[in-house]
Every structure is written in structure tokens, then in C-alpha cells.
Design a protein around this ligand. Structure first.
Ligand code: GLA
Length: 392
């Protein structure tokens, strides 16, 4: 099934409830959904206490959930690969879960670690967020589950607390040393807006971002190159940033400005300097992009996207040939700006494209991938959508 087809087959809440009842023998307590995200700009800045500008997309994970009176946990997904996975609350430990069940179980574990009285439960998952495309399909699941459990337990957690709980699930249960961007977009996103987030204090401002009135579309090009942030690349970039901050004597790279880079070059080894330069200039690009969106609007941000990609390709070194080809080909055929999005080493690129160049860009990228002998990419448009919510 292609992503286009998945979008067509967006999971309906009623269907999910009916399927839940069929599988588990009684109706769920409710259905909750949370979206994937696209990061417009601000990559690898979140764990440096910097700025990011992601948005929630119109692709969601949905969970139908019923609390149980005992400590049994039964999980089932419409992906259909694992059947019902049964476990108990008391045996939840990092490193014990497999496949997609890591995400709901990680959230349950993290909430229990915070002292939330998580009940045993039955859960059915459906999702049309493409898997492994760098659109945070895993955070979509986690955010749907944390929203459901916050409601069902009456824990009264604020969005900021749910962000930290899902980060704990990712870092300590799933084993991916990621920041807070993805879950912030999924939990705090709003239709027609990007989330301008200060990752130092979680202060968020919604910035209007609509491509249609500007005669643009935002294309996502899923390269089908799979990536995992539990692999070494992400962690090694994070370690370089921590080393850079330590040598420069700051709490986090957020505290280094573009004007400080010249001096930093003399203090850091060559590789660490380039990692630092990416983060410092990327923070600056986020701030400039927010300014531009508030002024001339989306048609003015192309250069920012291009500069961000070059910085990730050359300084942070987290791109790959497929992402570079997607970006370069889109630009050559009419996109006004393009960059890889997400953690890197695979996943998706975004291309901000005038409506009348959309077909040419799509065709050119498909042809370029075929000519290079790469897997056919999946190309689709996204727009900023609502954040996590209860839907039934
Ligand atoms: C992944 C992580 C985020 C962020 C990005 C890079 O998506 O989950 O926390 O670090 O990579 O910007």
C-alpha cells in the first residue's frame, strides 16, 4: 500500500471502535488520535535547548482503548504482523518490548515512573502515518497513548508534562536518545500553523503557515531509505554537540551565537566545529524563518530551507545520496526551497513548490530515482493539521 493509499484509508474512529469490540469482546472507553509531524526547519537543535519549527500533519495514529480492572495489557494493531501481544503492568521494563508495542508500553512505563496510576488495558492501534519515513510515526503512537491515558486516569498532565513523559519513553524504554520536538508538534500542533518551540523552556507560539494562499504546496518525498534513531548516528551527533558545549563552556549550544563561531573555530577540533556550526546557524535560521513567515509569508523562506539542507549535508553530515538527490532535483525543477526533514540518515525530504510546478517536480524526482537505480520514492503533500485529541 502506498502512502497515497494509506491517506485514502485514514482510520475512521467508528470503524476502529467496531473492530476493537470484535477483537476484545466489548466496546472501548474511547478513541484518541495524534498526528505525525514534518519539521519545517530547526534540525538537531531541540536537544541543544534551541529552536524548532515543526507542524502536525494530516496523518494520524489512532488508538481505541479500554481500561481493565486487572493488570493485564493486551495490544493489537491493524498492521496485523504480531497478533495480540499480552503482558502485565508489573513486568514492564526497558528492553523487554518488541516492534510497535515498544511505543505504547514505553508510555505506560514512563507514566508509572511519574507516579500516574496507569490501569491494565486493551488497546487497538491504527495509523496512516507512513512508517520509517521520518514523519514521527512512533511519536504519533506515543502521543495518542499518552493523551488517552491522561484522560482515562484523570492525571491532569499539561502538554509539557506529556512531552516529557513521551521523551522518557523514547530515551529510556525504546532506547532512542531523541529530543522533544516530535511529540511537541504532535501534542501542541494546530491546523494552519507551525509550532515555534523554544526547547529550553518549552514555550510555544503558533505561527501561521499555510501554503495554499501563497500558491504553494509542501511536498514530502519519502526516500524509502529507512533510519533508526536508536542506531549510532543520532547519538554520535548528540555527543559531538555535548562535547562542543563543554569545550566552549556553555550549558548548551543554544548559548552560542553566530558571532561566536569565529572564536569557537580556534577552540574546537575540525569535526566538532562543523557540528557546532550547524546547530548555531540552524537556530538562527529558525528565528529568521519565523520572521519571514510573519512578513512576506511562505514564499520568502525558500533560501532558509536550502541553507538548512546544505548545513546538514556538509557540516552535520546526516544526509544521504537519496535525500540529496530529492532536494537537488526538486530545486532544479521549480521548488523554491528544499531540505531533508527529521533526524536524517534516510527518511524524507520536503520541497516547497509552486502549485504549477508540482507535477514537474514529482515527475523529475521519480525519474531521477529510477535513473540512479534507487527505490521508487513516495511523494505526497502535507498541510498543518490539529494536534492530539479524543475523537470518540
Ligand atoms: C528526531 C528526534 C527529534 C529531533 C530530530 C532532529 O526526529 O526525535 O527529537 O532531534 O530528530 O531535529
Amino acid at each position: 500500500m502506498t502512502s497515497q493509499d494509506q491517506a485514502m484509508a485514514a482510520p475512521a474512529a467508528q470503524d476502529l471502535s467496531a473492530r476493537f469490540e470484535h477483537e476484545f469482546g466489548s466496546a472501548p472507553d474511547g478513541v484518541w488520535q495524534a498526528p505525525g509531524r514534518v519539521n519545517l526547519i530547526g534540525e538537531h537543535t531541540d536537544y541543544n535547548e534551541g529552536f524548532v519549527l515543526p507542524f502536525a500533519i494530516d496523518r494520524t495514529a489512532r488508538v481505541a482503548v479500554a481500561a481493565r480492572a486487572d493488570s493485564t495489557v493486551r495490544l493489537l494493531s491493524t498492521y496485523g504482523d504480531q497478533g495480540v501481544v499480552s503482558t502485565t503492568l508489573d513486568t514492564l521494563q526497558p528492553g523487554t518490548a518488541k516492534g510497535w508495542t515498544k511505543y505504547p508500553l514505553g508510555v505506560m512505563w514512563a507514566l508509572r515512573e511519574r507516579g500516574v496510576a496507569v490501569p491494565g488495558l486493551d488497546l487497538l492501534l491504527d495509523s496512516n502515518v507512513p512508517l520509517g519515513a521520518g514523519l514521527s510515526s512512533s511519536h504519533a503512537i506515543e502521543c495518542a497513548v499518552v493523551t488517552a491515558l491522561n484522560d482515562l486516569t484523570g492525571a491532569g498532565l499539561a502538554a509539557e508534562d506529556m512531552v516529557l513523559a513521551t521523551q522518557r519513553a523514547e530515551n529510556d524504554f525504546v532506547g532512542a536518545p531523541t529530543g522533544i520536538m516530535d511529540q511537541s508538534a504532535s501534542l501542541r500542533g494546530a491546523k494552519g500553523h507551525a509550532v515555534f518551540l523554544d526547547c529550553r523552556d518549552q514555550k510555544a507560539n503558533l505561527v501561521p503557515f499555510e501554503t495554499e494562499p501563497a500558491g504553494l504546496v509542501l511536498l514530502v518525498i519519502d526516500t524509502k531509505v529507512s533510519h533508526s534513531h536508536a542506531d549510532g548516528g543520532y547519538a554520535s551527533r548528540r555527543a559531538s554537540c555535548e562535547l562542543g558545549a563543554e569545550v566552549l563552556g556553555v550549558k548548551a549550544l543554544r548559548d552560542v551565537g553566530v558571532a561566536d563561531l569565529e572564536e569557537a573555530a580556534g577552540l574546537l577540533d575540525e569535526v566538532t566545529f562543523r557540528r557546532v556550526r550547524h546547530v548555531v546557524t540552524e537556530n538562527d535560521r529558525v528565528l529568521q524563518t519565523v520572521e519571514l513567515l510573519g512578513g512576506a509569508g511562505p514564499s520568502a523562506i525558500g533560501q532558509m530551507l536550502d541553507a538548512s539542507h546544505a548545513s546538514m549535508r556538509d557540516d552535520f553530515e546526516i544526509s544521504c545520496p537519496e535525500l540529496d538527490l530529492a532536494v537537488d532535483t526538486s530545486r532544479a525543477h521549480g521548488a523554491i526551497g528544499a531540505r531533508m526533514t527529521g533526524g536524517g540518515f534516510g527518511g524524507a525530504a520536503i520541497a516547497l513548490t509552486p502549485v504549477d510546478a508540482e507535477q514537474a517536480v514529482r515527475a523529475a524526482v521519480v525519474k531521477a530515482f529510477a535513473d540512479a537505480g534507487y527505490r521508487a520514492p513516495d511523494i505526497f503533500t502535507v498541510s498543518p493539521a490539529a494536534g492530539a485529541m479524543r475523537v470518540a
